[in-house]
Design a protein around this ligand. Structure first.
Ligand SMILES: [Zn+2]
Length: 120
């Protein structure tokens, strides 16, 4: 980290970045995987957390083997966190996806029967 403007390589997209290293997962959030999780949940009228949450129990869900392999790989990549350089556009995009899929209730009108505002 010596010298101004020293270029490092973004661990996610391989573009040069001058940002300092941060703790980040092996992969950014992947929108199509997140969408697939949402679609799988919606098709079974389940909350996303039943499939992709700390208390999810896949043995009860009959997840197709190929999808389970994808989820396991994704989970592994996301839970492997270490110091790396991530460029600004990746950080912005990752935060955007995190906000979309992890911070708020799934913004997928039509698939959600329960309106969270009613519960509050
Ligand atoms: Zn990047």
């Amino acid at each position: 980290m010596s010298g101004k403007g020293k270029n490092n390589t973004c661990a996610w997209c391989s573009r040069p970045t001058t940002l300092p290293a941060v703790f980040a997962a092996e992969t950014p959030l992947i929108e199509w995987v997140e969408e697939k999780i949402n679609m799988f949940a919606a098709a079974r009228k389940l909350d996303r957390n039943f499939i992709w949450g700390t208390n999810s129990d896949w043995s009860q869900l009959k997840i197709p083997a190929a999808f389970e392999v994808e989820l396991l790989a994704y989970d592994e990549l996301l839970s492997t966190v270490n110091r790396k350089h991530i460029c600004k556009s990746c950080l912005v995009e990752d935060h955007k996806l995190w906000t979309k899929y992890y911070q708020n209730i799934i913004d997928d009108p039509g698939d959600i029967d329960v309106i969270i505002d009613d519960i509050k």
